[in-house]
Design a protein around this ligand. Structure first.
Ligand code: 5GP
Length: 143
């Protein structure tokens, strides 16, 4: 356990409750995925369990075993949607490790050989671009 408690006012809890908008690409009984608003590369997604935990350190192992399968599904869809050469998966636990939002999430970042990773939590992306990129992922998931 991390020793710190879950705060259900975090931004991803609000997205899960539909209190603030997000460009969603996937949902099942246990999981939601949506576009990161400050993408480190085009198509950067976040995969988030519905069950509350701060991060991997306090997560239920049963939640982890389900979500990693969705991470793989989204990684394959994002790779196809953005014709990527590879996919970076990232996951941070507590501030010292780079975590800024305290609801467990996995970053799925399609990568191309030619495009370096942009800074973490850097610049806000234009909404129309996020919307178009979400549509690309949904199309890949459907195909
Ligand atoms: P962490 O540092 O906690 O692993 O990553 C949090 C991620 O959430 C960052 O990549 C950041 O760009 C993203 N983010 C922060 N606020 C919002 C938001 O309101 N909506 C979405 N979709 N992403 C967010």
């Amino acid at each position: 356990m991390s020793g710190q408690s879950y705060d259900d006012n975090n931004i991803f809890a609000k997205i899960l409750r539909g209190e603030i908008p997000a460009y969603r690409v996937y949902e099942d009984d246990h999981t939601v995925a949506f576009m990161d608003v400050m993408p480190q590369a085009p198509g950067h997604l976040l995969v988030v369990p519905k069950a509350p935990s701060r991060n991997m350190l306090d997560a239920d192992p049963a939640v982890l075993s389900k979500i990693i399968q969705v991470v793989q599904k989204l990684a394959l869809a994002a790779k196809q949607a953005f014709e990527a050469d590879g996919v970076t998966i990232m996951q941070f636990n507590e501030a010292a490790a780079g975590q800024t939002v305290y609801h467990l999430h996995f970053h799925v970042v399609p990568r191309s050989e030619s495009t370096p990773l942009r800074p973490h939590s850097g610049q806000m992306e234009d909404g129309d671009i996020l919307k178009a990129n979400a549509e690309k992922v949904r199309t890949a998931l459907a195909g």
